[in-house]
Design a protein around this ligand. Structure first.
Ligand code: B1M
Length: 228
């Protein structure tokens, strides 16, 4: 049977959730919205729809992206489908109060306009229940500091794709140290030319090799922070 022939409403709950994982994987936004609405009509709590249908589906996408089975265009399509489903759930979640995994402010550093990877990180973080403030591209240190003050996140994330712009991460972290606020935040960095050693050398807490690893590390660091 062709994908478009499946009558989502005729599936039982577990078949529907499984079908939604497949539809997310295939980037079918309309089907995701339909599935979300069906589950809500069946009395599912918005948070249950988010975690079991969307986040779990996106987790599978993240693993296959990390393992080189899916590539950027497919992940962007999946992430967009997730966003369509999230758009239905967002106002309902605000009413019912889903637990937040944490809050992140993230931007590409000064001099750098690459944002595809950062946007993927954002989508995956949101998929995992984080609230994310996107500062966009070409961010000077002042933009990060202003955002920290305004949004009071748990995590500050910086992205750089150029060997000429990645040293700017140290400027931001050193300025945070000078202001005595460095240890108030988890600092995560990422981007293709970076590695663990670089992250250590600039004084970051963690290096996100890819979007899926970034989510895993952020979750781990948030739970360690809560324990401490
Ligand atoms: Co440019 N570019 N680019 N580019 N570009 C690279 C990076 C380059 C490696 C290409 C090459 O020469 N082989 C090279 C850098 C060389 C170097 O620094 N040594 C390069 C160059 C030189 C340039 C220009 C200088 C070219 C020019 O004008 N002469 C110029 C720079 C402009 C500027 O920034 N000031 C430029 C411009 C552009 C475009 C505008 C055309 C476009 C960007 C479009 C956009 O982003 N909106 C572009 C692109 C697309 C690329 C390549 C081809 C692809 C980058 C990408 O999106 N990858 C890139 C070559 C390459 O990397 N193969 C290249 C896919 C993305 C999903 O991966 O960004 O690594 P990535 O993100 C990953 C992880 O790194 C991690 O998670 C992501 C998802 O898994 N991650 C984070 C990323 N950020 C994170 C932040 C975190 C955590 C994880 O925070 C916690």
């Amino acid at each position: 049977m062709e994908e478009e022939d499946i009558d989502l409403a005729s599936l039982d709950d577990s078949e529907l959730v499984e079908q939604m994982h497949d539809d997310l994987y295939d980037g079918l936004a309309d089907e995701i919205v339909e599935g979300v609405n069906i589950l809500l009509e069946r009395g599912w709590q918005p948070y249950k729809v988010l975690t079991e249908a969307l986040v779990e589906g996106m987790r599978i996408v993240g693993i296959d992206f990390r393992d080189g089975i899916l590539f950027v265009p497919e992940v962007l399509l999946a992430a967009n489908s997730m966003k369509s489903g999230m758009a239905v759930l967002k106002p309902l979640l605000a009413e019912t109060g889903a637990p937040k995994a944490g809050k992140m402010v993230i931007g590409t550093v000064k001099g750098d306009i690459h944002d595809i990877g950062k946007n993927l990180v954002i989508m995956m973080m949101e998929g995992a229940g984080f609230e994310v403030v996107d500062l966009g591209i070409n961010n000077a240190v002042e933009a990060y500091l202003d955002a920290l003050e305004e949004h009071k996140p748990d995590i500050i994330g910086m992205s750089a794709l150029l060997t000429t712009t990645m040293p700017y991460m140290k400027v931001v972290i050193d300025t945070m140290k000078e202001k005595g606020i460095r240890d108030d935040y988890i600092v995560m960095v990422g981007g293709a030319p970076l590695n663990e050693e670089f992250a250590d050398s600039v004084g970051a807490d963690a290096y996100g090799r890819d979007a899926a690893m970034t989510v895993e590390i952020a979750q781990k660091m948030m739970s360690e922070r809560k324990v401490a």
